[in-house]
Write a protein that binds this ligand. Sequence first.
Ligand SMILES: [Zn+2]
Length: 485
Amino acid sequence: MNKFVILIGIFFSAALAANDKLLIENITIVSSHLSAPNTNMNVLLNNGRIEQITSQKITDYDAKIDGVDKFLAPGLMDSHVHVSSVPGMGFGVEPLAVKHPQIVAAYYEQQPKSFLYYGVTQVLDPNPGLNSKHFTNAANHPDYFRCEVITSKDTFPYVEKTDSLSQSMYRYLVDEAAAANKPDSAESLVQQIASSGASCIKLYFEDGYGDANQWQLLSSATLKRIKVEADKHNLLIVAHANAFDMQQLALAAGVDVIAHGMWNWGQFRRHRDVPAEIAATLDVIIDEQVGYMPTQRVIAGLGEVMLPTTASSPQFLAVTPAPLLDWYQTPQAQWFKEELRIGFDGMADNAIAEIFLYGRIGKGNKVIQYLNHANHPILLASDFPGSPSYANQPGLTTFQEMKAMANAGLSPAQVLAAATINNAKQFKMDADYGTVQVGKKANLLVLERNPLASVEAWDSIETVILNGKPIARQVLVAGNEKSLN
Ligand SMILES: [Zn+2]
């Protein structure tokens, strides 16, 4: 590790002014718009943007990073994270979090740093709840984008919430019978969401977990009204749907993005390969260019919470603050594990883990492979934390989702695209993000290893550049002694 570069990171993250020019000298650029890495380049950042990229020497700058033997990549975008959630506690307004305000405060303080530690410089939160201010008020945080949820009192997720605090997270409750000019009509809610500055609308297609089907869905008439109005306001529709039949309904409603992998194959569960009926649905995703978020970490998090070593890996310790680590050791924090044990009828923990880590993840992998084979762009989206499991931690889960994509068969170049340009294009942010090109926002990563050689290189970040400002990765580590050995 080069001491000089660390110094620059620590020093200038405080001292570099917005209009100071930062030069990254003699670096290899890795970016999806290039057919091969571009070596020995000089990159000048100014006013939070990339001002110049050249092989010629640049002499006018205020601070410099030596890029020899290093790689410059775009900052990553995770397009499915819930910043209000405390892993293991649920959303920040739910009862467990309310009981532990100091742990929650320590966690919220660390959370944006943990995303940055793993190179995540943009996040999209499809369901911000009430507590996203802690994130956007932090001194350094990934650029924050959000959807807002439209649901009703009779549909998921509102229907599942039993306390008024949790229910209050859902502010756009539609009255399906209301005429268009009424304040709780589909049309008026879409208008309110558009004027709130959100990037998208999230709709839930969930009639019950697993094979259950006890919840009703929004009617197709309401879905149509939402879609027509959303188109008028240029708002994308992101759909929660993970079962085969629910994804079919989402596609029929004309959604733009499916926010989960299709792990649940319904009546085709016994098939090992994608059956014709599921292939026909995936062909609709391909033909209509619907965005696809595999969110394999949701399932992995359910399996890993049953394993004894999950909360003690060096990577876990680097992103999780001490008070939360301590709480994970308490009996109270085991509540979700106990729920899974009961759900699986007292099966051994390892066996429960395997059901998720091999069985269900395998189904998601087959779907990724089918779409990838058709060159359908895959989106990096972890759905952090994905469930009440504490196995998924901010930033680390994004990195693990990238590894899951590689495991499913994506090449390092396809993982790079999924994490950068695919998300930027899908959410119409490619004028600002997604590649290392002049004019784009200077959210960048300096890496020690080449991410086109191995997905593991994404864990070799040396400096995160956020809005043109360098931050040494070391200063983003969670404040706990355990993480330092
Ligand atoms: Zn989610």
